[in-house]
Design a protein around this ligand. Structure first.
Ligand SMILES: *Cc1c(COP(=O)(O)O)cnc(C)c1O
Length: 350
């Protein structure tokens, strides 16, 4: 299952989902019903699991579109069953057990009630329980002892469900980290997200390269303006950067509305490319809503408006990666790629 929630981790929902299916994914996973319906509208016909909803969401549309739904509590099973009756078809449901994350899922104590609700709805003909599943606490560190405890709770929950009469088509637990590192979590289906986009789930368990992954997203802009300024020129709001020498400034038309974090001011680097030459340059001063500035320094003679600025990419030309940005800003690559804003066109290159 390729996880394509959050606009395919910022990469573009439909294009990424199509690429994943062409690449061999037999399932797609999303958080919200709107995401699942957008995939169906775009013609994707593989099984889709959708796992996060509050009461009163468009379940009839989801069931009518043959979207598998997750239930963590009896009320959710009841809502899905009602929607199935309204849609005139059988809803496919995955029952979720909370094996320790304390996010979605029924606790082990509440699991028997959830199983009972699922089997009752199944007996009435509105629902078919097709999956049993859970999610890991230390998905980014699959060797953590908590993971073994979760596998044990999951296995016990499965045994209970099967003895009660549940016949799951798929049992699933693993995200990217455990897909890459821990076969004991694989069961019938794995749910990698970040690894599908070529990024490591956690540098501590291995670099993207060490897993044979290649970052899919390159964030590129073109210089909107270059100009010469003297030494000690204050740059951008609040003059948080001052030029050390006479230099050339480059204006990059990407800002925090496009996903460049404000915390990148005077910290994160971009790659400027002119012809065959490239230079790494830090962001100079405050990141604004639509733009930021780089101090081009002694490269000024070569660089002009229209030249490429690579914010991050696979690293082939020496540009930073999304992981480098995450490291510089004290966050995770997931946040760097998912926050790229809607003004940035997604262009699929293969
Ligand atoms: C987001 C998510 C995944 C994918 O996680 P990665 O760490 O990106 O591999 C898998 N399962 C669930 C339930 C999720 O919410």
């Amino acid at each position: 299952m390729a996880v394509v929630k959050a606009d395919a981790y910022g990469h573009g929902l439909v294009g990424s989902a199509k690429a994943a299916v062409e690449g061999g994914a037999s399932w797609l996973g999303v958080a919200f019903i709107e995401e699942a319906l957008a995939l169906r509208v775009a013609g994707l016909d593989v099984p889709i699991l959708c796992w996060l909803m509050a009461p009163g969401e468009p379940l009839v549309a989801a069931v009518a579109a043959d979207v598998d739904l997750s239930a963590s509590a009896p009320w959710a099973v009841a809502e899905i069953a009602q929607a199935a009756t309204a849609a005139g078809r059988v809803a496919r449901v995955h029952l979720k057990i909370d094996t320790g994350l304390s996010r979605a899922g029924a606790t082990a104590a509440d699991w028997p009630d959830l199983i009972e609700a699922g089997l009752k709805a199944q007996a009435e003909g509105s629902v078919r329980v097709v999956g049993v599943w859970s999610h890991l606490v230390h998905g980014d560190d699959p060797m953590h002892p908590t993971t073994a405890a979760q596998i044990a709770v999951f296995t016990e929950g499965l045994r209970f469900a099967e003895q009660a009469g549940v016949e799951p088509e798929v049992r699933h637990l693993a995200n990217s980290g455990s897909t890459l590192c821990l076969p004991a979590t694989h069961f019938d289906l794995v749910r990698p997200g970040i690894a599908v986009y070529g990024l490591t789930p956690a540098p501590v368990i291995g670099s993207a390269e060490s897993f044979g992954l290649r970052p899919a997203m390159t964030l590129r802009a073109r210089l909107a303006l270059t100009k010469k300024v003297p030494a000690d020129t204050g740059v951008s709001y609040n003059h948080r950067y001052r030029t050390a020498n006479a230099t050339t400034l480059g204006l990059v038309p990407l800002g925090y509305a496009d996903g460049i974090p404000c915390a990148a001011a005077n910290t994160a680097e971009v790659l400027v490319r002119s012809g065959n030459s490239t230079w790494r340059r830090p962001i100079a001063g405050t990141v604004c809503m639509d733009q930021f500035v780089v101090d081009l320094g002694d490269i000024d003679a070569d660089v002009r408006e229209g030249d490429d600025v690579i914010v991050f990419g696979p690293g082939d030309d020496g540009e930073p990666t999304a992981q480098d940005w995450a490291d510089a800003l004290g966050t995770i690559s997931y946040e760097v790629v998912t926050r790229i804003g809607i003004r940035v066109p997604r262009v699929f290159v293969g």
